[in-house]
Design a protein around this ligand. Structure first.
Ligand code: CEZ
Length: 762
């Protein structure tokens, strides 16, 4: 699995490492910045899917030269690419490690982060596992790379105990100077053991041999040059002789800094004091999982009990490492946090509401701090942000039971009223048919040319608005707001009529109608004939009647189903469609152009559960993860430690690449996966009275169990199929439980629940 990767993060940085040793690091200062650069200046952009790696890709490597045998290899694998005798890449919650054995030399190479600071702590253990003494030169080599065309340099500092590179971040506008002055333009590599030699100049280090066979390693000692306006590298050399069975350990600290005082304090706090790092592990080990499941599928359990809550937490913890998260991402990521222990998304919701405009509309992105601005995609007007408020708040209310939140005021209006204002603004932004305008995109970012002239509408958004209105109608009723509840339901019904009058295409719903009044995502289209989102949300919204449901599910399954999950649209576009937009310019089967876009697949799964299609829902849910078979794992090329934003689709057109993971762990799928797992699969959903029990286990599961932390209490739930049971029956401490609902939950209490399920569901 040559592209397997994992990621680590803390409050200020993100590090993605791949099994070969390539790394992508970003830190916040406060905008995302770098300290380990590519050989050319890369455009600034969001984290990319399917990032390519090249010979000079930033990485953290160690060259090992066997002085007697004149042999060279490197760990983890790059740049020398010598095949080791044994190789293990292991992703942990708070670290990544490699265990490598090469001709009698054992190596452990590992990285972890501190809880707060942007810095990487690397540790290397080299042991002689052979019967004779081994004379080795060990060269840790950290990429610094092309820092700037204005100023870049590096030198060894005995005083700091390592190599320090410095640059002036490239800029041209005078108004950027203030930020540049504050930038962390130093990159350091500190050691705990003084080296025998060093090299700071990448070209001198590599010579003609290149990164895979650097000339500098032919000499007895590295030359010790500084880099003066040349591309820096941080390479050290240790010459050691290890007796049989002997081992040696080194530690290195690598990161960005503003000045030398910061580097000195990093040495003190992070390199000399191990507590700095155990703190990080402790932070992660506290754990945010609110459910622990045991099912007949141990790989799924492992993912759900450990990795999924970690990924959900990552999203809410650092907001995808941006200062202006897209509004829909921000709301859904924090919806995910509602299901985590020790997390409270209320503050995030308040922040989003505080940035609502007077006319009720929400901005495209939420500014997280002073000085942040809407950038990149957030400068493109998208029309869907309002619907995420009711969708995410309804989930939050159900989970937390914090109904008082609705009465809190934000900038003078209650939360409840603000949601209504957002929905009203959405309703006001409709065309003569009463369908929602799309502007330059909706949930689908790159669908930018359907409505840029001002009249195109979004089929998906019109349908999603029905669902949002119905959810809010239910919330309003529960909050005693009967009038608002009736208004929402009335608007939903009117929208539903419009949707059925204009968007039903016979067997499924159209994706939209362009500025030039052309319906698309319909049976007449040869590309982009059917889109998943309108169908999923129609199941949720209740606008499709029984026969429509059956027909659209059959079409989704036959046209969008693949061995790797359910695709977002099909057939993928093979060329630009100027009345749809940028999405059609993406390579067929990647991202929004017909991949297994997991966020969209999750909506479908959520909708299938909502209408009681449990087996189908589970079938697609399970495909969200690589495995369990080895063939599937290798086809995806990713460890089952995170849900990627997509797997390649266009299964019919490109069967060879179908299924390949994007390796991108930023995705709204994580929050929805966790929610569906808890509320629908295991059926442990909050309600105003307490906890309702309505599981939807796949029919082939005979038994399962779950421990759920909910509103301060613990629920130990066992599930068992029972041939004599007609409808799901709950027993609380052995006694039947009316409506399968636990009421008046006491903080700190422990509830034991037995759930008897019919032999096949419902
Ligand atoms: O970004 C995501 C957005 O963060 O795409 C989703 C959208 O709902 C999320 O809010 C679907 O469009 O601009 C582009 O073309 C990018 O491909 C983005 O659409 C996409 C990236 O994959 C970011 O992870």
């Amino acid at each position: 699995m040559p592209r397997a990767s994992t990621f680590l993060w803390n409050k200020t940085m993100l590090l993605q490492v791949n099994c070969r040793g390539y790394t992508t690091a970003r830190h916040m200062q406060p905008e995302p910045g770098q300290y380990s650069y590519a050989p050319i200046l890369e455009a600034k952009t969001f984290m990319q899917p399917e990032q390519g790696h090249y010979a000079h890709h930033p990485g953290r490597f160690v060259y090992i030269k066997d002085e007697q045998r004149d042999e060279l290899f490197s760990v983890p694998y790059e740049p020398v690419r010598a095949i080791p005798d044994k190789f293990t890449f292991s992703a942990g919650p708070g670290d990544a490690q490699w265990e490598i054995s090469h001709k009698g030399i054992g190596l452990n190479w590992q990285v972890t982060l501190p809880p707060e600071e942007a810095a990487e702590l690397w540790q290397l253990t080299v042991s002689n596992d052979s019967p004779e003494a081994r004379q080795l030169s060990i060269y840790p080599c950290f990429t610094i790379g092309y820092m700037s065309w204005m100023y870049q340099a590096a030198e060894y500092s005995a005083n700091a105990g390592g190599i320090i590179a410095r640059c002036t971040s490239p800029y041209q506008k005078l108004e950027d100077y203030a930020a540049i002055k504050q930038a962390k333009d130093l990159t350091y590599l500190l050691h705990d053991t003084e080296p025998d030699a060093f090299e700071c100049d990448r070209e001198r280090f590599e010579g003609e041999g290149g990164p895979h066979n650097p000339d500098a390693l032919n000499a007895e000692l590295l030359a010790g040059s500084a880099a003066h306006y040349r591309v820096p590298v941080a390479a050290l050399q240790y010459r050691v002789t290890l007796a049989p069975g002997e081992s040696i350990r080194y530690k290195f600290l690598f990161g960005p800094a503003q000045n030398e005082q910061d580097i000195a304090s990093a040495r003190r706090q992070l390199l000399q004091d191990e507590a700095g790092f155990s703190g990080y592990r402790q932070t992660l080990e506290i754990g945010h999982a609110s459910i622990s499941c045991a099912s007949p599928d141990p790989m799924l359990d492992h993912f759900c009990n450990h990795w999924l809550p970690r990924q959900v937490y990552y999203h809410s913890d650092i907001n995808r490492l941006t200062t202006d998260p897209q509004t829909r991402n921000f709301l859904q990521d924090h919806m995910g946090a509602a299901y985590l222990k020790r997390c409270d998304p209320a503050e995030a919701f308040r922040l989003a509401l505080s940035q609502q405009a007077d006319d009720g509309t929400l901005p495209d992105g939420i500014l997280l701090q002073e000085g942040a601005e809407l950038k990149y995609i957030n400068q493109v007007p998208h029309s869907d942000h309002a619907i995420w408020l009711p969708v995410c708040l309804e989930a939050y209310l159900a989970e937390s039971g914090n109904w008082a939140f609705l009465r809190e005021t934000v900038n003078g209006s209650t939360v409840f009223a603000r949601v209504l204002q957002a929905l009203n603004a959405l309703l006001a932004h409709r065309d003569h048919r009463g369908l929602c305008f799309i502007d330059q995109g909706d949930w689908c970012d790159p669908m930018n040319m359907v409505g840029h002239k001002g009249s195109g509408v979004s089929g998906w958004l019109s349908i999603a608005a029905i669902h949002a209105l119905r959810l809010w109608s239910r919330v309003a009723r529960q909050a005693g707001e009967a009038n608002a509840a009736a208004d929402c339901e009335q608007s939903a019904q009117a929208l539903s009529d419009n949707v059925n009058a204009h968007l039903w295409d016979g067997n499924w719903y159209a994706r939209g109608i362009t500025d030039d009044d052309v319906k698309f995502g319909i049976s007449k289209d040869t590309e982009g004939r059917i889109y998943l989102n309108p169908q999923s949300w129609a199941l949720l919204a209740g606008c499709a009647d029984d026969s429509q449901r059956q027909r659209l599910i059959a079409e989704v399954e036959s046209q969008l189903g693949t061995p790797y999950g359910i695709a977002m649209l099909a057939p993928a576009y093979t060329g630009m469609r100027e009345d749809v937009g940028r999405l059609t310019q993406k390579f067929p089967g990647t991202a929004e152009n017909g991949s297994i876009y997991n966020h969209a697949a999750m909506f479908y799964i959520h909708a299938l559960y909502a209408i009681g299609e449990s087996d189908r829902a589970f079938h697609w849910l399970r495909k969200m993860l690589p495995g369990p078979g080895e063939d599937d794992l290798l086809a995806r090329g990713q460890l089952p430690t995170f849900v990627p934003n997509y797997y390649r689709g266009a299964w019919q057109q490109y069967p060879d690449s179908a299924g390949t993971s994007s390796q991108l762990f930023n995705t709204g799928s994580a929050a929805w996966f966790y929610r569906c797992l808890i509320e629908q699969l295991y059926g442990l959903r909050g309600c105003p009275e307490g906890l309702t029990l309505d599981p939807q286990l796949p029919s082939e599961w005979q038994t399962a169990s779950a421990v759920r932390h909910f509103r301060g209490a613990t629920f130990a739930v066992s599930y068992r199929r029972d041939p004599g049971t007609k409808a799901t029956t709950a027993l609380l401490n052995g006694a039947p439980l009316p409506d399968n609902t636990v009421r008046d939950i006491e903080t700190g209490a422990h509830y034991t629940i037995e759930l008897l399920l019919p032999a096949s569901r419902k």
